[in-house]
Design a protein around this ligand. Structure first.
Ligand SMILES: C[S@@+](CC[C@H](N)C(=O)[O-])C[C@H]1O[C@@H](n2cnc3c(N)ncnc32)[C@H](O)[C@@H]1O
Length: 419
């Protein structure tokens, strides 16, 4: 995989961050994860938990947390939440694993902006403190808007919280003065004011604060109909402040692609990830990806699409599957192929088939691999991937090949690859 290419990945960002993105390679991450909406099933966990019993058996405790979707590695406070709100705790653990993976791919000079729902922001901040360190928090940005959230029974909910953390104290940060429109002059007695010749509005040049007022109106051209779309202006501020031209910007929950579109406009490289499968039944690419394509055809033409979604991989044509396996293992198809579908950069030969693999296919492949001029000798390992699987005779042949030629045979299916 080359990280010079702008790429959209389809699948769970946890897998992609771990498998596809090089550690310490990303300059800036913005993420706007889905909020937990699952309802706790009434009474399901009530009375089932007995802390003393848990101390008795470590195996039991592992099973206990696993049942709840959180691991024994979760911080104690999260386990405590699991007692009363198990579903919410498993959401928090789900986020923790993904934020840990984000931390791993960020460069030492990198920054991360986590966009939060008010119902989860205080918990997510604790997770960020666990992973990045409480002293790595740079700002709590308040994004204030005018639309939505108004009611008579309480104050209108008109803001989101964005936590900005850096990996170390040596972060990229470009602080540019911006136009600040003032309705009053309190506290700015000696500050010179200017008048915008087009609007007549009075403004001053000011260093930006951590409260950002930005509204994307309901009827604006920018709106593409994606329910959780964020304004380009928001991403523009973040990307300009925390990256430079040519830097790599990543959004693990990219939705309709606001981050990648703005990153592209600002001459940054980008990676967008989304799991959306709502268009699968219609045989279409993910809605998120389709929207990105419609928003910017030019951007789409210069980018790659990589699937990490099992159902999509299982439907691939023989040629599509072969290409996918080669991409997955960072392998190239040799020319002439002489019965070898791919060779990894380490020199391991690959065979990729859509059908059920049996004994003779393996025998033939070993011979082809040993004879192929581009495969380094002696052959120590071969990879055989099948969309459908392997029968018992293939498994038997695997052991014979090891015994006779000392060659390790990896028999693998897309399910196992994407685990
Ligand atoms: C709140 S939306 C992001 C909206 C985005 N900021 C925009 O401007 O369009 C969250 C997105 O996360 C995606 N998603 C949910 N779980 C995911 C996962 N595990 N990996 C990758 N994407 C995921 C959803 O499909 C959804 O598009």
């Amino acid at each position: 995989m080359s990280q010079n290419t702008n790429t959209f990945y389809h699948g769970d960002c946890l897998f992609i961050l771990k498998h596809d993105i090089h550690p310490e390679s990303v300059d800036l991450i913005y993420l706007d994860p889905p909020f937990f909406t699952g309802k706790v099933q009434a009474g399901k966990w009530k009375g089932e938990w007995n802390p003393e019993a848990m101390e008795v058996s470590f195996e039991d405790s592992k099973r206990f947390w696993k049942d709840k979707g959180i691991s024994e590695h979760a911080p104690e406070w999260m386990k405590h939440i699991a007692i009363k709100r198990p579903d919410f705790a498993s959401y928090l653990y789900y986020m923790m694993e993904r934020l840990q993976a984000c931390h791993k791919v960020l460069k030492k000079t990198g920054s991360i902006y986590l966009h939060c729902d008010y119902r989860a922001s205080h918990y997510l901040k604790m997770i960020m403190d666990e992973i990045f360190g409480y002293d790595r928090m740079v700002n709590e940005v308040i994004w204030a808007y005018r639309t939505g959230g108004a009611t008579k029974g309480r104050f209108g909910r008109k803001h989101d919280t964005i936590f900005y953390y850096s990996k170390t104290d040596k972060r990229t940060f470009n602080l540019e003065k911006e136009k600040s429109i003032q309705s009053h002059h309190y506290g700015y007695k000696n500050v010179p004011y200017y008048v915008d010749p087009n609007t007549g509005q009075q403004f001053r040049w000011a260093l930006p604060r951590d409260v950002w007022e930005l509204t994307m109106g309901t009827g604006t051209r920018e709106r593409v109909g994606y329910p959780t779309q964020k304004p380009e202006g928001l991403l523009d501020k973040i990307i300009r402040a925390s990256s430079n031209e040519g830097d790599l910007v990543l959004d693990p929950f990219c939705g309709c692609g606001t981050t990648v579109i703005v990153a592209h406009k600002l001459n940054r490289r980008w990676i967008g990830i989304d799991i959306d499968t709502s268009a699968r039944e219609k045989g279409e690419l993910p809605t998120a990806f389709n929207v990105i394509r419609n928003r910017s055809g030019e951007l789409f033409a210069q980018s790659s699409y990589v699937s990490r979604e099992l159902s999509e991989v299982l439907e691939m044509s023989p040629k599509g599957f072969e290409d996918w396996v080669n991409e997955f293992y960072n392998a190239n198809k040799p020319y002439p192929d002489k019965g070898v579908d791919g060779i990894t950069v380490e020199g391991i030969p690959i065979q990729a088939k859509t059908y059920l693999i049996k004994y003779p296919v393996l025998s033939e492949f070993v011979t082809n691999a040993k004879l192929h001029p581009n495969v380094p000798k002696p052959v120590k390992k071969i990879i055989v991937a099948s969309q459908t699987g392997f029968d018992d005779s293939a498994r038997k042949r695997k052991f014979e090949i090891k015994k006779t030629y000392g060659i390790d045979v990896l028999l693998i299916t897309p399910e196992e690859m994407l685990k």
